[in-house]
Write a protein that binds this ligand. Structure first.
Ligand SMILES: Cc1ncc(COP(=O)(O)O)c(C=O)c1O
Length: 471
C-alpha cells in the first residue's frame, strides 16, 4: 500500500535516508552528549504541528522525527551509556526489524508463516542449547523479560494446581519466593495473575546480593505451617542492581526436595552463557524448570526480543490452548504459537536476533561478550586507582562502586552530575539497607578503553564538583 503523502518520498528514498542517518550517527556518536538536549518547550512546539488533519510528506516527517529522536533521547546506542541493560544495535538487528516490517508475517500460526516460524525455532534452539535444556523443551520469543516471567509464573501455578487453568485458584493460597534483589516485574505479575503482591515473598539476600537459602527454607516452612502453598522459587541470574547470581544449584536442590518449580530469571545474566569464561559463574542454570533470557539485553538487537524457555510445556499448554471457530487447525508436526503463548497476533521478533547470530557467528558473539567483561575489569582497575571502592562481586560486566567519604545523597548527586554533564551516563542502585552505590554497566559492545577513561574522568569531575559544594 502506498499513501498519497508517501508518494512525495518513496520508501526507497526514505530507507536510503534512514540508512544515511544510521551511518552518520554511528560515525559521530561519541561527539554527541549521551543525555537528551531537546527542551520540553521545543518538543511541545514541534509536536503541535502534528494534528493529523492533513497528510504530510513521509520524507519530511521522517526527517523531523529523526531530529527529535536524536536530540530528545538518552542514547543507549552511545558507547558511554553505562546504564541499564540496553545494548546498542548492530546493522543486522536494524535490518531484521525493517525486513520483518516489510513482509509483516503473522506468527500466530505456523502454517501462516512457516519460513518465519522456522527462523525463530532455529534461533531459539541456539539459546536453548547454550542454557543446556533438552531438545524437547519449548521456547518462544516474548516482548521482553516481563512477559517471559509472567509466563513462568503461570506455568508454575498450573504445574502445582492442575485445575488452576479451568477453575482459578479457589481455596488455594499460593505463595512464591524471590530475593529482595529480584526484578520488580514479579510484583506486577503477582498482581496481574490475581495472587496479590503479598504472595511474592521477598527472601533476604546475603552480603553479595544473592538469595539466602537458609532464610528461604525457613520462610517456606513458616508459610506451610500457616496454611499457604509454596509453588515457585525465582532464582535471579544477574540482578538488575548489582549483577549478582543467586545460588542456582542450592536453589535447584531445594526445589527438588520441596517439590517447587524453579524459574531462572536470566534476563540479562544469560549473557554469561555466551562466554566460556563467564559460563561457570551461572552453573546450575540448566537445572531450572523455566528460564527468562532477553536477547535485547544481551545482544545488540533492537527491543523487544525476550525469550522464554520451559523444560516441560504441558503447563503452558494448559494455560494458553483454546478452541477457536475461525482459525484453521495446526498443520501436523507443527506448533501454532497462539496456542502455547499469551500473544495471539505475533510479530516476527526473532529475525533481528537470527540475523545478528548469523552476522557475528558464535565465536564473534563470544568475543563481544568477553570484551565487555574485559572493559568491566578495566573499569574496576581504573576506579580503584582513582580511589573509588568497588562494592559488588561479579564477573559480569556491571560495576558498583562508591566514594567511601560520600553520604547517600552525595552518591546520588554524583550520578546526577555525570548524567547532567552528558559525556557519560551511569545510574545509582539503592540497597535494601538504604545504602546507595553508583552503577556502571558495560552494556554497549563498542565500549573501548578511552570510553572507560572518559567515565572515570567524568566521575572525578563530579567528585570535585560535589566536594566544592560540600566545602
Ligand atoms: C533481571 C530482570 N528481569 C526482568 C526484567 C524485565 O525485562 P523487560 O524490561 O524486558 O520486560 C529486567 C529488566 O531490566 C531485569 O533486569
Amino acid at each position: 500500500m502506498t499513501t498519497a503523502a508517501g508518494s512525495a518520498g518513496t520508501l526507497e528514498q526514505v530507507l536510503a535516508r534512514i540508512a544515511r542517518q544510521w551511518s552518520r550517527w554511528n560515525a559521530s556518536v561519541r561527539d554527541h552528549p549521551v543525555r537528551p538536549t531537546l527542551s520540553e518547550q521545543e518538543l511541545t512546539t514541534r509536536m503541535a504541528a502534528y494534528d493529523f488533519e492533513r497528510p504530510r510528506a513521509l520524507d519530511e516527517t521522517v526527517e523531523d522525527m529523526a531530529d527529535l529522536l536524536e536530540r530528545g533521547s538518552l542514547h543507549a546506542t552511545h558507547p558511554r551509556y553505562f546504564g541499564l541493560f540496553v545494548p546498542g544495535v548492530c546493522e543486522a538487528g536494524v535490518a531484521g526489524d525493517a525486513l520483518a516490517a516489510i513482509y509483516n508475517p503473522q506468527l500466530a500460526a505456523w502454517w501462516h508463516a512457516p519460513a518465519a516460524a522456522q527462523v525463530e525455532r532455529q534461533t531459539l534452539a541456539f539459546f536453548r542449547a547454550r542454557i543446556g535444556l533438552p531438545e524437547s523443551a519449548f521456547a518462544c520469543f516474548t516482548t521482553g523479560g516481563s512477559e517471559a516471567n509472567l509466563t513462568a509464573v503461570l506455568a508454575a501455578l498450573t504445574a502445582r494446581f492442575p485445575r488452576h487453568a479451568e477453575e482459578g485458584l479457589s481455596e488455594a493460597k499460593p505463595v512464591f519466593y524471590a530475593s529482595d534483589q529480584a526484578h520488580d516485574s514479579f510484583v506486577k505479575i503477582a498482581r496481574t495473575v490475581g495472587l496479590g503482591a503479598r504472595a511474592m515473598r521477598r527472601v533476604r539476600s546475603d552480603g553479595q546480593q544473592r538469595l539466602d537459602i537458609e532464610a528461604l527454607e525457613h520462610m517456606i516452612a513458616a508459610d506451610r505451617a500457616n496454611g499457604k502453598t509454596p509453588f515457585l522459587v525465582v532464582a535471579t541470574v544477574g540482578t538488575t542492581g548489582t549483577g549478582a547470581a543467586d545460588p542456582l544449584n542450592g536453589i535447584a536442590d531445594l526445589c527438588r526436595r520441596e517439590g517447587l518449580w524453579m524459574h531462572a530469571d536470566a534476563a540479562w545474566g544469560g549473557i554469561a552463557l555466551l562466554s566460556a569464561r563467564l559460563r561457570p559463574s551461572v552453573s546450575g542454570l540448566e537445572r531450572a524448570d523455566s528460564v527468562t533470557w532477553d536477547a535485547h539485553k544481551t545482544l545488540p538487537v533492537p527491543m523487544g526480543a525476550g525469550m522464554f524457555f520451559v523444560r516441560d510445556r504441558r503447563p503452558t499448554d494448559a494455560v494458553f490452548s483454546v478452541q477457536t471457530a475461525y482459525v484453521p487447525d495446526a498443520a501436523p508436526g507443527t506448533l501454532d504459537a497462539y496456542q502455547h503463548t499469551i500473544q495471539w497476533s505475533r510479530r516476527f521478533i526473532g529475525l533481528k536476533v537470527f540475523l545478528t547470530l548469523a552476522a557475528l557467528g558464535r565465536e564473534g558473539i563470544e568475543r563481544m561478550v568477553d570484551r565487555q567483561a574485559a572493559m568491566a575489569d578495566l573499569l574496576r582497575q581504573a576506579l580503584v586507582a582513582a580511589r573509588w571502592t568497588i562494592t559488588n562481586d561479579t564477573q559480569l560486566p556491571v560495576v558498583c562502586f562508591v566514594d567511601e567519604r560520600a553520604s547517600s545523597s552525595q552518591t546520588s548527586a554524583l550520578a546526577r552530575h555525570v548524567a547532567e554533564e552528558g559525556r557519560a551516563w551511569i545510574s545509582e542502585v539503592r540497597l535494601p539497607d538504604e545504602r546507595r552505590w553508583l552503577r556502571a554497566c558495560i552494556t554497549h559492545a563498542d565500549v573501548d578503553p578511552p570510553d572507560v577513561r572518559a567515565l572515570v574522568d567524568a566521575l572525578d569531575r563530579a567528585r570535585v564538583r560535589s566536594t566544592s559544594r560540600r566545602g
